[in-house]
Design a protein around this ligand. Structure first.
Ligand SMILES: [Mn+2]
Length: 467
């Protein structure tokens, strides 16, 4: 019989190791999903709407829809999660909701929001619980007016027949049902523009409320990760590590991970998005764990690479240290005004240099990079933005938007993947991979590593694994 592993996690909680919680500000609405700790500040969402309507041409409206509810199997649905663009602009977390925005005629620079939301009564309310309804949309979410979701088709017909609307900026592909309703009202040729790009520009720089939620997501993820690391040992299954970490998330009020947890050991390590987590770990393996909580709809994203035995072999240590060196250099260089593409170049330079210096590969650095051969070892990018999405969108105007700005939050994840069958790699190193991922906040002068409580040096990780 296998040993039960979650003992460490239980002890953590019983010992009262919970971090301080976020205190709801006076006059704010705690959301339904996170009733105890997460604040809702209507003013944050109103500012976003005001900014968004400035970006659309006169005569246009914005039409935002949230996700559908998707069938899991039988009569059971997947848990509902709002569409990120919709939530970012409205703060509204219930399904069956649409928001229409336009500049407020009576107040230049301000936006008007008309919402269509679920109005639940009778048996449905008894089974599924109460909803905000149109009254709640006005009272709590600052809608200028709100109606039952079922009124949307007739409303769209009416405003489009009135004339004066020349185009719509929408995220209609997030919800095919609402798209069909709109096209039915407007006609198939009506100009629809993508609103996601405009919203992704707003999402680049985080406001204090988001940073608070991201910090909390990272704090809880780090606590959970420590428990996961302490549980890694030979003969343990990957899913046991996943279970320990997700258990700690739940104990700290997170609804779950922000993406499927990856515990990739042995040969699974070379599959970048491996998440079956079914293998029994063996002495001598490396295990790569990629994990992050969601909290207040904000994501964390952290990766550590560990020796299952508790001690890195010389070969594993060599690869780990090359990655760690690049990781440290990138973080030291991250600051406002720095182009993220320059950090990517720095990262590739250092990783390839490290491999050459230690005889892991041979050749010239310049040609390995210019020929694209480096992608054999560095298959993914240096990192990505984090926010409502674990991979927050990076809007297309690269020349402008990849310059780092204060209050951007970015995951930095240097890595080396040396595949088992790669004949360009010295045989001893084939099948060895390492990735170190931390989340950073760009500050006025540099960056803060938000995940600093989770160690990333080789010796500190080995210390954690001593038992
Ligand atoms: Mn990542």
């Amino acid at each position: 019989m296998k040993q039960f592993l979650a003992v460490g996690a239980v002890a953590l909680v019983l010992a009262g190791c919970k971090e301080s919680t976020v205190t709801p500000a006076a006059g704010t609405l705690p959301t339904k999903l996170y009733p105890y700790e997460v604040t809702y500040d209507a003013a944050v969402f109103k500012q976003r709407r005001d900014a968004l309507v400035q970006e659309i041409p006169a005569g246009s409206i914005v039409l935002l829809t949230t996700n559908n509810i998707y069938l899991r199997n039988g009569d059971i649905d997947y848990d509902f999660h709002p569409a990120s663009e919709f939530y970012y602009i409205t703060g509204f977390e219930e399904p069956h909701a649409v928001a229409i925005l336009r500049p407020k005629q009576t107040s230049p620079g301000s936006s008007e929001m008309i919402m269509f939301v679920e109005s639940r009564q009778g048996t449905l309310a008894q089974w599924l619980g109460p909803v905000y309804g149109p009254e709640g949309a006005v009272q709590f979410f600052s809608a200028d007016s709100a109606f039952a979701f079922t009124a949307l088709p007739s409303y769209l017909h009416a405003i489009l027949q009135q004339g004066g609307i020349s185009s719509v900026y929408a995220n209609l592909y997030d919800n095919e049902d609402v798209r069909g309703t709109f096209i039915d009202a407007a006609g198939a040729g009506f100009p629809i523009h993508d609103v996601d790009t405009l919203i992704s520009e707003l999402r680049l720089v985080k406001v204090p409320l988001e940073i608070t939620h991201i910090r909390r997501a990272i704090e809880v993820s780090s606590q959970a990760f420590l428990e996961g690391i302490r549980s890694v040992r030979p003969s343990v299954y990957e899913y046991e590590i996943e279970a320990v970490m997700e258990f700690v998330l739940g104990l700290h009020g997170c609804p779950g991970p922000s993406f499927p947890t990856i515990v990739a050991s042995g040969p699974n390590i070379t599959t970048i998005h491996y998440d079956a987590n079914t293998r029994q770990m063996q002495n001598g393996d490396l295990v790569m764990i990629d994990f992050g909580a969601e909290y207040g709809y904000c994501a964390a994203d952290l990766t550590r690479t560990l020796p299952v035995s508790g001690t890195f072999t010389a070969v594993q240590a060599t690869i780990y240290d090359i990655v760690k060196n690049a990781h440290d250099a990138v973080i030291a260089a991250a600051a406002p005004g720095v182009n993220f593409n320059a950090l990517t170049t720095l990262n590739i330079d250092l990783l390839i240099e490290g491999l050459l210096q230690r005889g892991v590969i041979t050749g010239s650095k310049a040609s390995i990079i210019s020929s694209g051969q480096y992608r054999l070892y560095i298959p993914a990018g240096l990192g990505h933005q984090i926010g409502l999405d674990v991979h927050d969108p990076w809007p297309p105007d690269a020349a402008r938007n990849r310059i780092l700005r204060e209050n951007m939050v970015i995951a930095i994840e240097p890595h080396l993947y040396l595949n088992a069958g790669d004949s360009t790699v010295s045989p001893a190193y084939r099948g060895v991979c390492a990735r170190i991922e931390d989340d950073i906040l760009i500050t006025s002068s540099g960056c803060e590593v938000l995940s600093a409580t989770l160690p990333n040096t080789r010796t500190a990780l080995e210390q954690l694994m001593i038992r």
